[in-house]
Design a binder for this molecule. Sequence first.
Ligand code: FMN
Length: 464
Amino acid sequence: MSSEKLESYKYNWPHFNPDEDTHWKKSDNSSHIRQLPEMKEELKLDSRWPGFFPSPICFVTTTNGEVVALEKVVGATIVNRFPYIIALSFCIEPLSKRHYPRNRFTEMIEKSGVVAIQYFEPGSYIDAAMTAINQVPDEEIEKRIAYSRLPIRKAMTNDSPVFKDAYMVYEARLAKTGKDFEGVPIFEQPYTDYGSHRIYYFEIEAIQLREDIAKGDSQISWQALPFWTPLNKLQDEIVQESQPLIDLKYQKGYSPNYFFPSGNTVSFEYDKIDNGMAVKFLPPLPEDQVEVDNDRARWPCFFPSSAGMITTWDSSGAPNLMPCGSTSILVRHPLCIGICVSYAEINVRYAPRGSLRALNKTKRFGCGVPFVNDSIIDAIRYAGNISIDKDKEKVQHAGLQVSAHEWSPVLPALPIHFFCEVVKVIRLGTHFLYLGEVKSIQVRDDVNLSNPMKWYPYPDVIRR
Ligand SMILES: Cc1cc2nc3c(=O)[nH]c(=O)nc-3n(C[C@H](O)[C@H](O)[C@H](O)COP(=O)(O)O)c2cc1C
């Protein structure tokens, strides 16, 4: 369960009753459906997401060389492994009071090309940063950090301000044009525009982690999936005609209740200690970063993410499921979900996914939202380790019922399902980013105001 400190940041969804909201239509399979896109006039009044996807929140600073600025980003995601890239998306079109163009902030990013992505412990620091962001508009962005009264110093590899009270900092620079391992050009432009948002790609150059965490005296604790309790039956009984490929207990573990560092994670291999922070510099060339060893190819440090349950119809006609940690809502209008799928042949961990075939052929995918539940977590472990190329009955063996929707397989056990159409594919080096425009959203009947999903968008830090 979550800590006391996190309770005040809990986000409940939905904030309406699908039964009473005219956008939602009751369907015959114990769920409600909403068609998208929304009308601009509707968005102007309320541009909160029409469907929920569990997204972490971080604070981002930048500079134009003269002044410094602060913004928050919902759903910052690591989108590529080599080079090591984080995507941050910013609104560039006026939609509503909530979604307005971050002109000054993005101008500064484009001038200096640098950011520092930062995390505070739950409590007064988050509150001070959030208040400054809410009180000081984008036009006066250079006043935000002073307004927050949070002390700063300079980042190690660029001039962005770093908050002295941040426990983790990712320093990054707009991705440079280069070539992937097959010699194909990547990042001819360091951003992608779609609809209301500009998605920037930043290459990570250094990671700072508070010394006590790097040394294991404290741990970051992250609840990667939302909490929810189904009131109706989870799903129909699954009849397994054949055995799963490998007994689940021999699989690479996955737990939504994540601690860093711990026995199951890499340890943070830092280069030096400075200002009470352990600092790791990443080599400038992706060739020098590649670790063919499966374990060392893991992310070098914790970065908060959740997971999308990406469903496709394989060319064999079988349903497929790919748990995808790099899943994020990247565009508000039309609502788009980005998923990052490995195509590079590096090692067992980073190998081309079977899902690529279906994504490229059908240009459609489903994105289900998983939650804290033993059956769902077992399914993530199985489907996230076994490719459809090895097991054609993968979803059934993962223990999940499939309902045969023509667009994408739907997993009735999951509370929310987004039906997406691929509108852009961006080659990033080891992963393709598939940008999927959401055409409709399906929500189980037992997700409602009195039985909402609960989500904590911030990691916590605990002393040991
Ligand atoms: C929690 C979790 C998150 C994952 N995130 C990603 C991801 O973001 N991108 C990716 O390419 N693979 C990711 N994987 C690995 C794929 O799910 C896995 O390779 C899967 O078996 C691919 O299935 P397929 O070959 O049938 O498409 C993840 C696995 C787990 C368990």
